[in-house]
Design a protein around this ligand. Structure first.
Ligand code: NAD
Ligand code: MG
Length: 323
């Protein structure tokens, strides 16, 4: 089965209407409203497991990051954005949206995710967009501290930073969380965000935006996600605290808090074995979300229009979240 066919599987019958909702505002107004319950598949996902970090291109079905649907309208024309975890899932949806809104984009990802990164590069470069690839391990302090400067150099500046990469391993009990897992989860989700933000801020000017990816776990910890939820709570407070500091520099800091979204992180240990069939089924919308459904939030928080919005968190969780 080809990637395209898989993607078609994800888009249910209402695919055409789904495309129309992502179109430029004038077109969207003319389009029929789309039922969010049936916009994407509500079928239980087949149990599947990949070695960490999973590749999006090998998932069944392949997540929809807006490859065929996102239409830009110049909302980020000329902006320079760095997105961590931009190869796949939610970060990839943000990368596609930013690029199609006119931004020059750099993505970071773990080196073994090169196939997903190359798929994205092929897609965006064929459209005449700029995509800078900066692979490297975010748990490496020296690499991460240098990442902001590398992105700024290759993009010709930096005014949007999306701290989106994360490590998530589900374990039933604290007894099963190893010191190594705890350390890696905190290094990836919290330390890297701190290192990268600290290096990026001096490169940013008034009007710049930082967007952190939190989670419903930021305020309502999943029982099997103790270490991960601890970091996500930290990301919410970091967002609010940093927003207070950076207001004086004209830099806004906000957070997106996703609920259950169909992405690689979930098939590389993000869920307990045997649980993928239930993933997203208990949301009021009756299904898991797709990364493409979050792209608009990242664009809205990056662009200048929402200039009074800082220190805030915005959910995308199908109705399940406390944010
Ligand atoms: P994903 O697997 O597509 O993205 C996570 C990315 O993190 C990977 O692609 C990888 O590039 C990056 N990463 C992890 N460790 C790294 C390291 N050491 N060095 C460099 N890169 C590293 O999955 P996703 O679900 O799109 O995750 C994006 C964000 O969304 C994460 O912050 C995650 O916590 C958050 N989130 C996801 C869900 C969900 O249900 N999928 C729910 C809430 C929050
Ligand atoms: Mg990935």
């Amino acid at each position: 089965m080809t990637d395209t066919t898989n993607r078609r599987d994800v888009l249910k019958g209402a695919a055409v209407a789904g495309l129309a909702t992502s179109a430029a505002p004038a077109l969207a107004q003319a389009a029929a409203p789309v039922d969010p319950q049936t916009k994407y598949t509500d079928q239980p996902f087949a149990e599947q497991r990949q070695k960490w970090p999973a590749l999006q291109r090998e998932m069944q079905p392949v997540p929809d990051c807006g490859e065929a649907s996102y239409r830009g309208s110049g909302r980020l024309q000329g902006r320079k954005a760095l997105i961590t975890g931009g190869d796949s899932g939610i970060g990839r949806a943000a990368a596609i949206a930013f690029a199609r809104e006119g931004a020059d984009v750099a993505i970071n990802y773990y080196p073994t995710e090169e196939p997903d990164a190359q798929d994205l590069a092929k897609l965006l470069r064929a459209e005449g967009r700029k995509l800078v690839l900066l692979p490297g391990d975010l748990t490496d302090q020296a690499f991460t501290t240098g990442l902001a400067g590398k992105a700024a150099k290759q993009l010709g500046g930096l005014d949007i930073l999306v701290n989106n990469a994360a490590y998530q391993q589900s374990k039933k009990s604290i007894a099963e969380i190893s010191f190594e897992q705890f350390d890696r989860t905190l290094k990836t989700n919290l330390y890297a965000m701190f290192w990268l933000s600290k290096a990026a801020i001096p490169l940013m000017k008034p009007g710049a935006a930082i967007i952190n990816t939190g989670s419903v776990n930021s305020v309502d910890p999943g029982e099997e996600l103790l270490d991960y939820a601890t970091t996500k709570g930290g990301i919410l407070i970091f967002t609010k605290g940093l927003a207070k500091q950076l207001g004086k520099q004209g830099i806004r800091v906000n957070m997106v808090a996703p609920g259950p979204i169909w992405t690689p992180l979930q098939v590389a240990g993000g869920q307990l074995p045997g649980e993928l069939g239930k993933f997203g089924q208990n949301t009021p919308l009756g299904r898991a979300g797709q990364p493409a459904e979050l792209a608009g939030l990242y664009v809205a928080l990056a662009e200048g229009g929402n200039s009074f919005t800082t220190g805030s968190a915005f959910g995308a969780n199908g109705g399940t979240g406390a944010i």
